[in-house]
Ligand binder design. Structure first.
Ligand code: S3P
Length: 169
């Protein structure tokens, strides 16, 4: 199996939940990029956006990935915007397998409304603003997401199915 499995997809698509389960299933270490960035910066993601701005956050995403490319046997839950900046999609494809967890804007909205994670890009949006925001941004981001090694349906996604997909590839 490839040394690194990158889970990619929009905010709320289940990358962290699936990533942790998949890592356990295949005996790899699990890394959550956002968590690693927050630990390294000793700041939460919302504080990074507030105090340093999105551009700095994107640079840190890039830097963290460079470090992860040096480590083996990893399942990595990436931030939703990571594959769409600094050629990171190409770099991830060159350093492992990318799995795009695909969901409709409506499913993403429902999941994001239920989520307790604070996400600076969607903070303060009403339900209808949120759907509009997701639809517009997803359209732009899918250009990148669709270059993933595998595209999987995020509805009822089973860890076992992911593990099988990886074994067969
Ligand atoms: C972002 C997604 C977040 C986090 C940051 C920006 C994005 O991660 O990296 O808030 O640009 O889509 P999740 O996809 O884990 O929510």
């Amino acid at each position: 199996m490839e040394a690194r499995i990158f889970l990619i997809g929009f905010m709320g698509s289940g990358k962290s939940t699936q990533g942790a389960k998949l890592a356990r299933r295949i005996g790899y270490r699990y890394v959550d990029m956002d968590q690693l960035i927050a630990e390294t910066a000793e700041m939460s993601i919302p504080s990074i956006f507030n105090e340093h701005g999105e551009e700095v956050f994107r640079k840190w995403e890039h830097d963290i990935l460079q470090e992860l490319f040096l480590r083996d046997k990893l399942v990595i839950a990436t931030g939703g915007g990571a594959p769409c900046h600094s050629h990171l999609m190409d770099l991830m494809n060159a350093h492992g397998i990318t799995l795009y967890i695909k969901l409709s804007p409506e499913s993403l909205r429902d999941r994001l409304i239920r989520s307790r994670t604070e996400r600076p890009l969607i903070k303060g949006k009403s339900e209808s603003e949120l759907l509009e925001f997701i639809s517009t941004l997803l359209l732009k981001r899918e250009v990148f997401y669709k270059r993933a090694t595998h595209i999987v349906d995020g509805i009822n996604l089973q860890t076992e199915a992911l593990a099988r997909l990886l074994q067969d590839s």
